[in-house]
Design a protein around this ligand. Structure first.
Ligand code: FES
Length: 81
């Protein structure tokens, strides 16, 4: 399980952008990202302000995307209007 927690900070400019990529990963961009495993232990994301999470299940680097989805996963990510 991957848990995404968005925390509000004292800096009101804090922003997280999550993009569902077409036929691919979930891209997360933020000033700070803390990604915890199912036991609450953080992944080492030192210096990173963007990550891509696998949503196809084919990555060998789960929970991160390693590009294995290419040509093997289809989902048109379009938000309903
Ligand atoms: S979404 Fe890229 S490997 Fe699964």
């Amino acid at each position: 399980m991957v848990e995404i927690i968005i925390k509000e900070t004292e800096d009101s400019m804090f922003k997280v952008q999550i993009t569902i990529k077409e036929n691919g990963s979930i891209r997360i961009e933020a000033d700070q990202i803390e990604l915890l495993d199912s036991e609450g232990k953080p992944y080492n994301l030192e210096g990173k302000n963007s990550i891509s999470l696998c949503r196809c299940g084919l990555s060998n680097k789960k929970p991160f995307c390693d590009g294995a989805h290419k040509g093997k996963f289809e989902h048109k990510a379009v938000a309903p209007e």
